[in-house]
Design a binder for this molecule. Structure first.
Ligand code: AMP
Ligand code: MG
Length: 311
């Protein structure tokens, strides 16, 4: 992708909304990871996101709204979905619903994923904009999502119209995705909210299951390579430090070339992707990832590490 655009870098959410209205592409922080957004009702802008990211054409985008009250305009809200909207929104949760609004971009699907982020700067931008904004994570397809402004600038300066500056993502992993277009509802991707937490509100929630060969993916994005650095990722419980490799985990022993020792799962989530990116910058070829704590966030951390390992 050529880097030919002049990219505005600003803290002004009204300017970001203006650029969206003009059909531009805006990169913005959320409480999960950075996103790459376009007006959901502007087909050519939405398609430009696929070009910038080199994203497969059948991997759908999540529609971002400024207020949960707008969700029923876009998709059919079931009774169970209503409960999660009340309990978890705004926040790091995306709901897949039967699509109602035909003018909103989707990849030919009859369903649509919607989310109301809690990041104050994005909520301001969405409120100035007034409509839906389609946005996947801001990263080249297959690579780890971006969680730091510096990485966003070095990867996308010259390719997007505007980069909105605001507080860095607090969570660090992508939103939880729950599919309410099927019955019983199904957790498609764990995030800050995992299956156990959500089951309290949606008792018949099915857990996501990894695809078996030949099976059609219920979430189109799930069949693609994901979250992976250039380095080889190895998940293991046994620490054998070596001076060539990197390591991330809780309670690391000394002896690695490059290591990140974390105190808990929140720190693990927040730092995993930036650590992957730092390892690539240092041209490290192997990254050992050690188990998260047996606590909230474990499911999402394991999910991302195992996907990165598969790639
Ligand atoms: P990203 O924002 O890059 O994390 O990607 C959006 C994720 O949401 C992808 O994994 C998609 O497969 C998933 N997603 C978006 N729309 C739908 C949908 N209509 N049905 C199922 N999954 C979806
Ligand atoms: Mg993504």
């Amino acid at each position: 992708m050529s880097k030919s655009k002049h990219t505005i870098i600003t803290e002004d959410p009204s300017l970001a909304a203006k650029v969206l209205k003009e059909g531009g592409i805006v990169l913005f922080p959320t409480e999960t990871v950075y996103g790459l957004g376009a007006d959901s009702r502007n087909l050519s802008s939405c398609l430009e996101i696929y070009k910038i990211k080199n994203r497969p054409a059948d991997n759908p985008l999540i529609v971002h709204l400024g207020n949960p009250a707008l969700i029923p305009d876009i998709g059919e809200v079931t009774e169970a979905a209503k409960i999660l909207i009340r309990q978890c929104m705004p926040g790091p949760l995306s709901l897949v619903l039967k699509k109602k609004d035909k003018s909103v971009f989707s990849t030919g699907l009859t369903t649509i994923a919607v989310r109301v982020p809690s990041h104050p700067k994005v909520l301001e931008m969405l409120s100035y904009f007034g409509g839906p904004v389609s946005a996947p994570s801001a990263n080249l397809s297959g690579q780890p999502s971006i969680t730091r402004l510096d990485d966003a600038i070095s990867e996308f300066d010259g390719q997007v119209d505007l980069i909105l500056k605001g507080a860095e993502p607090e969570i660090g992993l992508e939103s939880t995705v729950v599919d309410f277009s099927v019955s019983p509802p199904k957790l498609l991707r764990p995030g800050y909210f995992g299956w156990e937490e959500l089951q309290k509100y949606v008792p018949d929630l099915e857990n996501y299951s990894d695809l078996k060969e030949g099976e059609t993916p219920s979430s189109p994005g799930r069949k693609y390579r994901h979250y992976a650095p250039k380095a080889k990722v190895i998940f293991t419980e046994n620490q054998n430090p070596d001076r060539e490799s990197a390591a991330i985990g809780i309670g690391l022993i000394r002896g690695w070339k490059f290591a990140l020792d974390l105190r808990n799962n929140s720190e693990y989530m927040k730092n995993l992707y930036s650590f992957f990116r730092d390892c690539d910058r240092l041209r490290i070829s192997k990254i050992y990832c050690f188990p998260p704590a047996n606590a909230s966030g474990k499911e999402a951390i394991l999910n991302r590490i195992l996907k990165a390992q598969e790639s």
